[in-house]
Design a protein around this ligand. Structure first.
Ligand code: ADP
Ligand code: MG
Length: 559
């Protein structure tokens, strides 16, 4: 703080680099206050971890209610403003995008790392020394996971499927749908297996939500389903089901535009106006005729299909739907083997797709366009039912986690046991490795070893077990015979220390690797900041009460 002592104005003019009103705080106190903020954020989500974790009900500024157990969603909705603590929001989101599951764990780990190294910072150990130690420890932990991960042979299909179901079930344990996990694990694994096994693009799994009915009324469609779009008069006269339909997907407007467009046409005589209108009609009829000539009987378009076209199609026993969203249309293309056409000129039978059956069907209170039995089906749709809207939203997020987990497992086929088992083993491994390391680094690596215990500890705490007793027992077992007790962790159902591998609490190794690397990165990032400069603008209360449109506070992301 030496530089900020009041100076004698006559002797030395004060140098002002920053605008008046700018707030800066520096050095170790700043570091410690950032750490405190991160720990505070962690404390709010700690209770959501694991099968016995609680959910959070979050009401945002627009009074929208979200009930969630998903770390990334909660972090996002918490609307954290402390700049350093926002890093935690970012890692939760990154974990969600990268591996889908483990979002609570990553935040907890980062917070615990900071908590464990705080005393060294207070004692004056340089932040860079601590950072180096954390990095070393994270590297050691990751290579240990790679060593330990168990791979499952893909050639044995039944076995492989069982593995996927186990992984899906583990990620569902902690969620609302945990009680129905048999039903949903089957659905999730079926959905992922239906994808192109090379690409495994999870966007090809559509999730549609319809309030009403019970959770078990949800269904998996082996193709594409989407809500009926807005339609015009004449629509009801169209046929609503076809076997082996001929499908065309368009990005073409089939609507008369003359009146509503802004284009200005100056005419002197009424007959000239008529000529303009006629030309307009000719254009649209040409388009419609070329669609019919190509032999299509299901017409989908991203753009509106107006009443004229709707009636024209109805008269010819053709089904049409306009304003279909891009992702639905893409999935129809993927499933039925057609391409989105941006013009109707030269449209031919070769451009059409097909499937076993198309129908428009009532599901709950809504009508759905459903394409089933698709030949190239590398896509499928999950239709979710359930009571309240918030509830279905949370089911969707949980399914997303599971889908991502299964996808990871298909890609890597390497798994570790969860329930705190892998974390205990890593902790033991780091403690042992620390003995070979000299100087302060040894302290930091041991601190990371302690931090890893946060996962089993929190699982115990949330389940209401005697935490100290549990952790001591776990630690003892892992130290005593690392080989035999390797996968021992918190047995939630047994209420005792149990072999989590034998209990089939399996998670993809990648989820854990990613969680540890991201948590370490976040901790290092926070430790490397020793000064926060806040410009006056962002402190302006008006500025913060008016969030820019489209930022923050939005709908929670999937998952
Ligand atoms: P995250 O957002 O980090 O995935 P969760 O709330 O999903 O948080 O909790 C995941 C933790 O719960 C993992 O450590 C996982 O191993 C553990 N877990 C899941 N099912 C069980 C179970 N049946 N017994 C013990 N631990 C479990
Ligand atoms: Mg999870």
């Amino acid at each position: 703080m030496a530089g900020r002592r009041p100076q004698m104005p006559m002797m030395q003019p004060q140098v002002i680099v920053l605008k008046e009103g700018t707030d800066t705080s520096q050095g170790v106190p700043q570091l410690l206050s950032n750490i405190a903020a991160c720990i505070a954020v962690c404390d709010t989500i700690r209770t959501t971890l694991g099968p016995r974790g609680m959910d959070k009900l979050i009401v945002d500024s627009q009074k929208r209610v979200t009930i969630s157990n998903d770390g990334a969603t909660i972090m996002k909705l918490l609307d954290v403003v402390q700049p350093a603590a926002r890093t935690l929001v970012d890692i939760a989101r990154a974990q969600d995008a990268e591996v889908g599951d483990g979002t609570t764990s990553v935040v907890l780990l980062a917070g615990e790392l900071l908590k464990e190294v705080r005393e060294y910072i207070e004692e004056g150990v340089g932040a860079q020394v601590v950072i180096k130690g954390i990095r070393t420890a994270a590297d050691l932990a990751v290579s240990r996971i790679r060593e330990l991960a168990v791979s499952v042979d893909r050639s044995d299909a039944a076995n492989f499927r069982a593995l996927l179901e186990k992984c899906a079930a583990t990620s569902m344990n902690s969620k609302l749908i945990g009680s129905q996990k048999e039903f949903f694990t089957k659905m999730v694994v079926d959905a992922v297996m239906r994808l192109d096994q090379e690409e495994l693009n999870e966007d090809m799994i559509g999730i549609k939500k319809i309030p009403g009915g019970a959770m078990q009324d949800s269904l998996l469609v082996d193709g594409v389903a989407f809500k009926k779009s807005f339609s015009y008069a004449g629509f009801e006269q169209q046929p609503k089901a076809f076997d082996a339909p001929k499908i065309v997907c368009l990005n073409v407007e089939l609507e008369l535009k003359a009146e509503k467009d802004n284009a200005e046409v100056r005419v002197d005589k009424v007959s000239e106006y008529q000529a303009v209108v006629d030309a307009e009609w000719k254009i649209i009829f040409d388009k419609l005729d070329s669609i019919i000539a190509a032999g299509a009987n299901v017409v989908l378009s991203r753009l509106p299909i107006g009443d004229l076209a709707t009636q024209y199609f109805a008269d010819r026993d053709i089904f049409c739907a306009g304003r279909v969203s891009k992702d639905d249309l893409d999935r129809v293309c993927e499933a039925t083997g057609c391409r989105v056409q941006s013009t109707t000129a030269g449209l031919a039978a070769a451009h059409l797709g097909t499937c076993e059956r198309f129908e428009e069907r009532q599901v709950g209170g809504q009508r759905f366009n459903i394409f089933r039995g698709c030949p190239q089906a590398k896509t499928c749709t999950i239709i979710l039912r359930g009571g309240a809207e918030q509830f279905i939203d949370e089911v969707e997020r949980s399914l997303h986690d599971s889908i991502m987990v299964v996808r990871r497992a298909v890609k890597n086929q390497a798994i570790v046991a969860g329930g705190g088992a892998i974390e205990m083993e890593l902790s033991r491994h780091l403690r042992e490795a620390a003995r070979q390391i000299e100087g302060k680094q040894q302290l930091i690596v041991s601190a990371v070893a302690r931090a890893l215990e946060v996962i089993p500890r929190q699982l115990c705490e949330n389940a209401g077990f005697d935490t100290t007793d549990f952790i001591t027992q776990l630690r003892a077992r892992h130290a005593q015979d690392p080989e035999r007790f390797r996968w021992h962790g918190v047995g939630i159902d047994e209420e005792a220390v149990a072999d989590m591998y034998a209990n089939f609490v399996w998670e993809p190794a990648l989820v854990k690797i990613n969680a540890i690397t991201s948590a370490a990165e976040a901790a290092c990032l926070i430790l490397s900041v020793d000064e926060t400069v806040t410009s006056q603008r962002s402190q302006d209360p008006m500025a913060s009460s008016r969030p820019a449109p489209g930022h923050g506070r939005g709908m929670p992301m999937m998952g």
